[in-house]
Write a protein that binds this ligand. Structure first.
Ligand code: FAD
Length: 323
């Protein structure tokens, strides 16, 4: 049974976010040969049509309203609802990002449909669309299907592989006018809390520090290791609470959920709330001087030692190999 699947594209710093490509790949699975429609918002929407087509969109809908250049819940919710009314999709997918987490529940509530949030996989089994999502802070996974009505889901970044870009793919590009009114917020400026170029939730390599790093200065070797590996730095809440780094870096139940290819935990004990944010990383390396630290239970590789000795040594050796 073919389906029409709508993906809301997300743009940051003038680039489509990877999670948009991942949503397009998920949409292709759900569509079963039906059209995958990508909506892209803002006055620069035209710039993204080609990339969306190359990654699987059959139709691109540009919604070029100035009120959509910066994200506000009011404007985006109104625009997305009007796109859904125009496209009449069987399924709608958004990234499980700060934007998706804010927007999807509001739109689902307005449309009076259910929402499957934070899905890590999607498959069609026996003609039914089955979504996989973590429960109990990532300790277990549940499989869900929607019995009737619109399938509405947010997709966790870094879980569903995007399709390779195919330069020969083309999409039908349309523009849609929307009415946006009574927007209660205005974005004056966007101020980055960290200088890191990549969003933690989309990073492929994360070097993360905990209370064992002992100070803001103690994070310096972690930044050096991250730089050599082409990764970014994250932190436990212990490190954030102690004032060693900004809460924007916090990973865990009340921080960011990450699924990098490589997660290096330095001086992090491995509390359940931290594991909730990183235990699905593909490869986990733990550096801790306590051999009994729970982080070793989820680690693929464990180094029992003082991080202030181990991390600079790793950086030194990796620099020889990688640079
Ligand atoms: P600690 O538990 O103090 O561990 C420090 C580790 O560093 C120890 O294992 C120690 O052996 C090691 N160490 C010390 N010195 C060195 C050294 N020189 N070399 C190597 N190792 C060394 N936590 C999160 O991380 N993210 C969350 O989102 C989060 N949300 C929470 C939500 C709630 C509702 C609650 C109650 C808690 C939450 N927490 C969260 C806090 C969590 O329970 C832990 O307190 C926190 O993760 C501990 O941080 P830590 O591992 O850095 O510190």
């Amino acid at each position: 049974m073919s389906r029409t699947v709508l993906v809301l594209s997300e743009v940051r710093d003038g680039k489509l976010r990877n999670v948009t490509y991942e949503c397009l790949a998920a949409a292709k699975r759900i569509a079963e040969g039906g059209p995958v429609v990508a909506a892209v918002f803002g006055t620069k929407a035209a710039a993204y049509a080609e990339a969306l087509a190359q990654r699987g969109a059959d139709r691109v809908i540009r919604v070029e309203h100035a009120a959509l250049d910066a994200y506000t819940t009011d404007a985006y919710a109104q625009a997305l609802i009007q796109v859904i009314e125009a496209v009449k999709p069987d399924a709608v997918l958004l990234g499980h990002t700060a934007l998706g987490k804010d927007l999807a529940p509001r739109v689902a509530a307005r449309l009076d449909v259910g929402l499957l949030s934070d899905c890590t996989d999607v498959a069609v089994e026996g003609g039914e669309v089955i979504f996989t999502r973590p429960i109990y802070a990532g300790k277990a996974f549940q499989k869900k299907k929607v019995l009737s009505g619109l399938l509405f889901a947010t997709i966790r970044p870094n879980n569903i592989p995007p399709l390779e870009a195919d330069a020969s793919r083309q999409a039908v590009v349309e523009t849609l006018g929307v009415v946006i009114e009574n927007v209660r917020t205005e974005v004056k400026d966007v101020v980055r809390k960290t200088a890191q170029g990549v969003d933690l939730s989309e990073a492929k390599i994360i070097v993360s520090g905990g209370r064992g790093v002992k100070s803001a200065e103690g994070f310096k070797p972690l930044y050096e290791l991250a730089e050599v590996l082409g990764g970014v730095v994250g932190a436990s809440r212990g490190a954030c609470d102690a004032g060693y780094c900004d809460y924007a870096l916090q990973i865990g139940q009340t921080g960011k959920v990450v699924t990098p290819d490589l997660y290096i935990a330095c001086g992090i004990s491995g509390a359940i709330q931290h594991l909730a944010g990183m235990s699905n990383s593909k490869v986990i390396v733990a550096i801790n001087k306590d051999p009994e630290a729970p982080i070793f239970q989820v680690a693929d590789y464990g180094i029992v030692g003082d991080l202030f000795e181990v991390v600079p040594l790793l950086t030194q050796e990796l620099r020889k190999v990688l640079q």
